[in-house]
Design a protein around this ligand. Structure first.
Ligand code: ZN
Length: 145
């Protein structure tokens, strides 16, 4: 299976090619802010929230002390199986980390975040789409090699 840096190079190369194609074909799906948010999600999905969080990988080391949050995930998900599912792998990871963040927030503040603190749904979905696209490219590269 390709290593961490191979996945990073592949993801950014595909992103660059797609951006170039869109630019020269004059295809505009997103405005600038949406594009930046999508890019941030793609970055997060390439560098931090990757399918390889199911093993002791470079991705898990990038979490620093917070890598401990992913240990239950490693136990729950066997490497390369459902964590590498192109449809629901990323969704399960996002639900997992969201549940932990909300759980810690609740323990600290004895309440869940208020509506004011939650970003507009469109931006959240765009960010999540970036993560899902980056994770899908990871799985595709794993399937090829
Ligand atoms: Zn992998």
């Amino acid at each position: 299976m390709p290593g961490y840096n191979t996945h990073r190079r592949f993801n950014y190369a595909v992103l660059l090619i797609v951006m170039t194609l869109f630019y020269f074909r004059d295809i505009r799906i997103f405005d600038l802010l949406q594009f930046i948010i999508l890019g941030a999600g793609f970055y997060a999905g390439t560098e931090f929230i990757t399918p390889d969080l199911d093993i002791q990988s470079r991705a898990i080391k990038r979490w620093g002390v917070f890598k401990i949050l992913w240990y239950p995930y490693m136990i729950l998900f066997e490497h390369g199986k459902s964590s590498h599912n192109i449809i629901y792998g990323a969704v399960v990871r996002l639900l997992y980390i969201t549940a932990i963040i909300l759980g810690v927030y609740y323990l600290l503040f004895r309440a869940l975040p208020s509506d004011v603190m939650i970003l507009p749904l469109g931006y959240v979905l765009t960010f999540i789409t970036g993560i899902i696209l980056a994770n899908a490219l990871h799985v595709i590269l794993d399937m090829l090699f």
